[in-house]
Ligand binder design. Structure first.
Ligand SMILES: [Zn+2]
Length: 394
């Protein structure tokens, strides 16, 4: 137990170092391993972030935080407990490069939890390639990883889809991330690109720089027939067909296209939920696995296909003129942004997941012997309104 506390102290120290990009080189002389943690934090910084991810900021906006425990103010508190209440959990989890060597378990809620015993999706498979390897987010609950491998095989065999480009799943221990996503914390969420997988193996550089293709037309209210087709319908439908998948998030315009393409077999549409963003990729979420008793189940989805009033309401939002800002009568107090989640805001089991053996020393993201490819210019982002919250992304 003392060892665990020491490790947590070390990790917290490393994370504090990682928080200061300008100071990391100096600080790393004082903390063994801190340089690697700082490098990891820098690699995941917003500057290193890229599309797709319009929805990710929305999901981040849905993140909520409990006020810091009053014990944080107590001078008698041991340093670990004090730090744990003040350090953003994303810095702790973002610095860890390997999974917690524990029994596989998703702990807490999709936007407030962590993951023990994660496995990695291999960066290459017979019918998939993992993207954005520098993020080290190809980790998930073994049940999700197994499903993704099966899913990739089936879209190739049964849907004539060339293969899946897999975006973010989770960090090695899940938890909040330094950039993007409020959810993806339990290893039960995966982003799948709408772009078909190229027939060749992509280089490491291409996996960083290749721009995903937006499926939206220039009106942002419909799909672009030049890039959207039956193939995309098939892969979303197949994802929704698995019993363990509870939700598939797509942009409302994509949901509309799916409603129109579905024909008489419509049961799968209920799981396909409209949400902001999600026009470069769709988001596949499985339910709490049986081995995870402290995983918080989501509210069940409405039973209908969601092609009626719900979709109409989304289109009203998408087409609503921007509200004029009311002129303030008195000076308005600036709204303080919500503080980020700390370890104290997560389930207590997550402290053990962060502190457990291994993972302090970062590992190389993924082996690749491919030559460096010319960077592809990212596609222009399509802006969509960002103010609707939904239980779907939580
Ligand atoms: Zn996602």
């Amino acid at each position: 137990m003392r060892d665990r506390s020491k490790r947590l102290s070390l990790l917290i120290a490393m994370s504090m170092v990682a928080a200061s990009a300008s100071a990391w080189a100096v600080e790393s002389l004082q903390f063994p391993g801190a340089a690697s943690a700082a490098k990891a934090a820098a690699a995941a910084s917003p500057a290193a972030d890229h599309k797709p991810g319009t929805h990710e900021t929305v999901e981040a906006g849905a993140q909520s935080s409990a006020p810091a425990s009053p014990s944080a103010k107590s001078p008698a508190k041991p340093p670990v407990a004090k730090a744990k209440d003040t350090i953003p959990a994303k810095k702790l989890f973002g610095a860890l490069k390997s999974p917690a060597p524990m029994k596989a378990r998703a702990i807490g809620a999709y936007s407030r939890g962590c993951l023990a015993g994660a496995t990695a999706l291999p960066i290459d498979g017979p019918a998939w390639q993992a993207m954005r390897l520098s993020r080290n987010r190809n980790w998930g609950h073994p049940k999700l990883i197994a499903l993704l491998e099966k899913y990739a095989g089936e879209v190739k065999q049964k849907d004539s889809w060339p293969g899946l480009l897999v975006g973010d799943i989770s960090q090695p221990r899940g938890g909040p991330m330094l950039t993007g996503h409020a959810s993806h914390q339990l290893g039960l969420d995966a982003d799948i690109w709408f772009t078909p997988m190229p027939s060749r193996r992509l280089s490491k550089a291409e996996r960083e720089n290749l721009a995903a293709t937006s499926m939206l037309a220039s009106d942002n209210l419909s799909v672009n027939p030049k890039v959207w087709g039956q193939g995309q319908v098939n892969i979303v439908r197949r994802a929704a067909s698995y019993p363990q998948v509870e939700r598939v998030l797509v942009h409302p315009a994509i949901k509309k296209a799916l409603c129109e393409a579905a024909g008489t077999n419509r049961a799968w549409l209920a799981k396909v939920r409209p949400y902001w963003g999600h026009f470069y990729h769709f988001h596949v979420r499985i339910g709490c696995p049986a081995d995870s008793p402290t995983c918080t189940k989501q509210a069940p989805i409405p039973g209908d296909d969601g092609c009626g009033k719900e979709l109409d309401d989304w289109f009203k939002l998408l087409t609503a003129p921007p509200k004029p800002r009311p002129r303030p009568v008195e000076p308005v107090k600036p709204v303080k942004p919500k503080p980020p989640l700390t370890l104290a805001d997560l389930p207590p089991e997550c402290s053990a997941v962060v502190a457990d053996d291994a993972g302090i020393e970062p590992t190389a993201p993924a082996p690749s012997k491919e030559p460096t490819a010319k960077a592809v210019k990212p596609a222009k982002a399509v802006s969509v309104p960002q103010n609707k919250k939904s239980a779907d992304a939580k």
